[in-house]
Structure formats: C-alpha cells, structure tokens
Design a protein around this ligand. Structure first.
Ligand SMILES: N[C@@H](CCC(=O)N[C@@H](CS)C(=O)NCC(=O)O)C(=O)O
Length: 218
C-alpha cells in the first residue's frame, strides 16, 4: 500500500530540505518505497481533520492503511523496521543505529532548534545578542563532540549509512546559513556525503518541486 505523507504547502525555506517531511521523503527514497504527498496550509494544520492525524497540528504525518503516525523519528523508525536499507541486520549494530536516531533528535536537535527559534522570535529583544551567544556555544559543544566521534569515518556507526545518519544529517542541515557548521570540516564533509546519495537528491528535488512547480525529474 502506498503511504501518504503530509508536507507544507508553503514553507519558510521554500523547499530547500529543512522542513521535516524531507526526512520522511528521504527514508522512503532510500528503501525504494513510492509515496503520495498531501500538502497542508498552516491553517489546515490546526484544524480538526489534521489534528486527528497529528495532535500538535504539525507536519509530517504518515498514513498507510489503518496506520496513522506523527513525529518524524517514529515515522523513520517505522519505515526502517519494515524495509531493508536503513537499519543493519546485526542486532547490536541495529541497536547502535537506533541510539544515533535518538541522539540526533534528543541530544543534537534541541540546541539547534532553540537557536533557530531565538533568531526567529527574539531578534528585537535587548538581550538577543547575549542569548544568541549562549545558544550558539551550546550548539558548538555538540558539533565538536559529534565531529570528534565521527573522526575519519564516513558514517556514524560501522561505516554503513543508517537511519541514524539520515536523521543526524537532516538535523545538522538546519544550521545551513548560520555560519556555525563551517568550523567543522568533518561534519561538512559528512553532510556533503549524505547529500550526494541518489535517494537524498530525489527527496530534495521532490520537496523543492512543490515550490518551483517543476517536475522533480527535470
Ligand atoms: N518533533 C516533530 C516536530 C514537527 C515540527 O516541528 N514540524 C514543523 C515543520 S518542520 C511544523 O509543522 N511547524 C508548524 C507548527 O508547529 O505550527 C517531528 O520531528 O516530527
């Protein structure tokens, strides 16, 4: 059965891979699962029909027959459990890849999101610059730790791409334009490696096509 996901009808980055439907699109592309997309407006996201799918009125959601899921991490985990390609077969390697999924969402994403929220809603405050400095230091701590851990490896664990990398890269990409990533060449190379994956490119092009009106295939 072809799943249906939801995505922004209009998005602040105009389809350049930052909205979280990108994660789901990419995972589906990695495992070769076709999908349908339903675009929702900001108004529709807060209305009862969408709230039945997503209690917090957000995207992405995932519908597949009777199953309705929200939370990008849960959706990626579901896809990875049902299809080969995103989680290793070996039980310990699988557990480690899942740990990286949690690390991306629970340890690395929060300081990154806190920083972006500050840039969006706190710019006019007298204390903005000081607070931004504190938030950026917190992001730098995580980037440094992640960079040290990755070292010369291609991917986070066992040198095999996994759902942990997929989530980590989408989380790191939220720093695009912040100037913070450039100090970590190891992480820049890691992101570039992920962006070069054909599945990433297909997902990116499909999200961008929502805003350019051009077919993802050209
Ligand atoms: N933890 C959620 C976060 C979902 C989320 O923040 N979605 C954003 C788009 S990337 C959204 O819908 N924002 C609009 C809103 O919160 O009103 C997930 O990973 O799915």
């Amino acid at each position: 059965m072809t799943p249906t996901i939801t995505a922004f009808e209009t998005s602040p980055d105009r389809g350049r891979g930052l909205a979280r439907d990108m994660r789901v699109r990419w995972a589906l592309e990695e495992v070769g699962q076709p999908y349908d997309v339903r675009l929702v407006s900001f108004k529709e996201m807060k209305e009862s029909a969408h709230l039945l799918l997503h209690p917090f009125g957000q995207i992405p959601t995932y519908e597949e027959g009777d199953l309705v899921l929200f939370e990008s991490g849960a959706i990626i985990f579901h896809i990875a459990e049902r299809h080969a390609g995103l989680l290793p077969d070996d039980a310990n390697a699988r557990a480690r890849a899942i740990a990286w999924m949690f690390a991306a969402l629970n340890t690395v994403e929060p300081p990154i999101v806190e920083r972006s929220m500050a840039t969006l809603v706190e710019r006019d405050k007298t204390w903005y610059e000081e607070r931004l400095g504190v938030l950026e230091d917190r992001v730098r701590v995580r980037l440094g730790e992640l960079s040290n851990r990755l070292g010369s490896a291609d991917w986070l664990d066992d040198d095999a791409f996994s759902a942990g990398d997929l989530l980590m890269v989408t989380v790191l990409r939220r720093l695009t334009g912040s100037g913070l990533l450039e100090k970590y060449p190891t992480l820049c190379a890691y992101i570039a490696r992920a962006e070069a994956r054909p599945a990433y490119k297909r997902a990116f092009d499909a999200q961008l096509a929502v805003f350019t009106g051009k077919s993802p295939t050209g």
